[in-house]
Structure formats: C-alpha cells, structure tokens
Design a binder for this molecule. Sequence first.
Ligand code: ADP
Length: 332
Amino acid sequence: MEGFDISRLVSGNEMEEDRIINLSLRPNLLDEFIGQEQLKENLRVGICAARQRGEPIEHILLSGPPGLGKTTLAHIIANEMGSHMVATSGPALERPGDLIGILTNLEEGDILFIDEIHRMPRVVEEFLYPAIESFKIDFVIDKGPYAKTIKFNLKPFTLIGATTRSGLLSGPMRSRFGFFYHLEFYSPEDLVEIISRSARLLDVEITTEGAMTIARRSRGTPRIANRLLRRARDYAQVKGNGVIDGDVAGRALERLGIDEYGLDDLDRRFLAVIRDVYNGGPVGIESIAATLNEEVDTLVDVVEPFLLKLGILRRTPRGRQISEFFDKFYVR
Ligand code: ADP
C-alpha cells in the first residue's frame, strides 16, 4: 500500500498519476462520452446550430463535482467545433495582465477553458467581461500622467468555465454564459461502460462482474472508476492471473479501505464526527472541518456531494445533519 495516499484514493480530485493516464483514456468525441444523455443532447444541438451558422458556440458554464468530465467535455466541444482549446484556471489568473497574452493569441472560434472559474479574482473577472461580451479589451499601459488606455479587438471565441460550486460564481459572471450544464453523478451502469472502455484501452481483461464491483465503489465518478481500475489491475497482475473478475476487484478494493458503497476513511471520519462529537447535528461545516483538521473546501467539494446523493447526509439551514439512513450505509 506504499506509494500513494489511501485517504485520497476516492477523491474526485486529480492526482499526478491520473494526469498521465487520463490523456489516453479521455474520450475525444461526443459519441465516445458515456452517460449524461440530456446534457449531450443539448450540446449536440448547440454545436450543430453554431456550425451551421459558422459562428463560435456561445459561452458555456459546466458545473459539478470533480472528476465527472468537465475538462473532457471542453476538449470534446473544441474537437467537435474543429477549433483549438487553451486551458487555464481561476487561481492561476492572478492579475488581468495574466489574461492579455492568452486572449490576444486566440484565433477565431478557439475555446478558452477556465477551470475553477469561481476562484478567479474579481479584478480579472471584471477585465474579462468586455472580452466575452463584445470581444474587446481595454488595458492601461504606463502610470501617472503618461498612462494610456489601449483598446484591442479580439477574435470571436468561446469561453468554457468549469466550477465545482456554481453558487460561488458572481451574478454578473453567471449572466454572461449562454449555456449552463450541470453534470450529475454517473449510474453504476454508465460506470461499467466507462470501466470496460478504459480496460480495453489499457489492454486488461475484466469481467462484467469485475467492472460492476468497481463501478459500485466509484462514487458515481469516472475519474475514481479509472483510478480503482488501475489498482485492481495491479492486484490482478500480482495476486491473480491478470484477469479482473468480481472476486479480484472486491479483494483489491477492500485492501484499499473502500467499502461496498465507495465510502473511504475520510467519509467515515466525517460522519463519525457529526454523530459522536455533535450528536448527529446539525453542525456547521467549519466546526466539522476544525475537528477533522481538514480544509472546508475539501469537505464541501469532495466528501459531501456523494454523501448527500446517498441520502446519508442532510444540509439544513442550521448545518449538516446525518439522516435516518445513516445505519444502512455506515458499516463499522
Ligand atoms: P473534471 O474536469 O470534471 O474534474 P475530467 O474531465 O478531468 O473531470 O474527467 C476525469 C477523467 O474521467 C477523464 O480523464 C476521463 O478519462 C474520464 N471521464 C470523465 N467523464 C467521462 C465519460 N462520460 N466517459 C468516459 N470517460 C470519462
């Protein structure tokens, strides 16, 4: 078990080993993107209409927990539109100056992808408004009496913003998007398809039962499914005959501390704190974070969404509360 941090194995956040493998597993076309049927249908219409008009597609906001395919979709949109994509992220854009080079280099129809767009500083956000509204930017050079404002016309492009928390996006920013798509957690059936496809690409043999075992424990998240598939592949290679069947997958994941619902150690500690320290809640997220010595953002982005989906946790105006289904899921 050395070599990786087990506590983060079922987090949707990207780890270093994901980055390398993901490139080879990432679907390139809308037809290869599994699940999210409603979203794909809407997107197909949007892409088709924009192509017929010969215009860039309207600005798009993608929201949903980490690892559900927001970056993948942005790449797919660029491919389907036959354009290039430039990727950056909210926290990387510290000053308006960080955007000038990126914006002025965009060709007509290019996609500018900004991940974690809710974490973009306000000054950068305001600088971006005229760029996405009318494809113009104003920037000031020099200081004091010599200061000059330069106006620059940009080529029409599409902004695709991704966010794990659309609620944190400012109203003015939100209103500038033409399309809003929310990605939902995937069903076990969709994940089986994703796992089988990835296994084919990784050239590893997996049975339907093996794929189902991994799918059920992947918290509805393709990135986690791909990660657990790789762990099961290692286990099958070292302890078995290389084939991932239900038994091998089950044993591999058990060893990693992931239970049959995909809950890991951090989930269990999170739930135990609410139950044992705060009498089942309601309790504020800051108090839970302080007790666990974890970041609030990690808990809100990575831990809570899936517990809410399972129905094991409730969000009330007075804080977080465990639900009456607690005993069904909390095995220990
Ligand atoms: P996000 O940007 O939402 O954090 P990514 O787009 O990076 O998530 O997706 C993580 C990985 O999961 C991708 O590299 C891809 O291999 C896989 N993936 C995501 N969605 C799908 C899907 N619908 N079908 C197949 N693979 C997917």
